[in-house]
Design a protein around this ligand. Sequence first.
Ligand code: GTQ
Length: 351
Amino acid sequence: MSVATQPADSKHNITGARQAYYAKIAKDNMTPLWEVLKGLVTPEPKTAFLPKVWKFDRVKQLMLEAGDVITAEEAERRVLVLENPGVPGKSRVTNSLFAGIQLINPGEIADVHRHVSSAIRFVLDGSGAYTAVEGEKTMMEHGDFIITANWAPHDHGNPGKVPMMWLDVLDMPTVNHFETSFSEHSDEKMQKTDHEDGDSFDRYASGVLPDGMPAVTNRSPVINYPYSKMRPILERLKKSGDIDPRHGARVRYANPINGGPVLPTMGAYLSLFPAGFKGEPYRATDGTIFCCAEGQGTTKVGDVTLEWGVNDVFVIPPWKRYSHNASKESVLFSISDRPAQEALGLFREGK
Ligand code: GTQ
């Protein structure tokens, strides 16, 4: 008699027979889909990741202590990883993205390397330090958004007088998901930079393009989107009332060649909330990292309320409904894997 046609009162026989069968097929590296199907094909996104805010006062204190225990040179990159509390030990803030805070003290450098993972920097605290990418040495100022694309050689240094800290977001978990990581360390401490600071912005994002330039479309050629250039645009949107009820007056960092995202794996926005802004609820399939550049407010996600102020970083997991409130006029930077989801036809958003 087959297992399926046994009488109902022999349920434990069926269970036992099934277990024996599963044990048998496991030796052939096979397993029954029907035992795992519901967990694989869920009716809605399921996530173990949690919302969480990292307050900059505490982050800064701990970062400065990191400066006492290790040099930038010893560490290669002196970064404290922002670990999602729902998924500790995996060096990730969302399932697809890594986030960390990097510190470079006066006189230090973080020497030249390159990797398949793309990185972005959002500058928090300090001044006088630089990131050199693809021949441009760009000075870092609060609120600047800097990209280091896939395989671009990069190094950082601080010839200034004060410690410099910034938020790093990299797509390492995505690269490692595909098992496509390569990296190289250069013998050079600093790369040669023959392009002036601001060169890539002026050259590619001024309404003209160098004639005959090959149009690279899957990443932006701009190295630094300076806050001093972005902030007045938000002011214009606010003044003309172009304020989204969920996202505020928001710009998307774009590849000036084709309007696409800055990187194929990560996309970023800058939003202004007028004082007293009470955002409508929103959710989307991209887990999102936010960083406050100015102001103060709260973001409600489910029954959790995250309170944020300048330089605080917070994360909202995928498909969790959230809404922003600003007590003062505020500016939030945000970044997610949305371009990757869109390219794969996975992205969804709603109320
Ligand atoms: O600045 O090159 O946070 O390679 C992690 C890996 C920063 C960097 C990180 C890196 C970097």
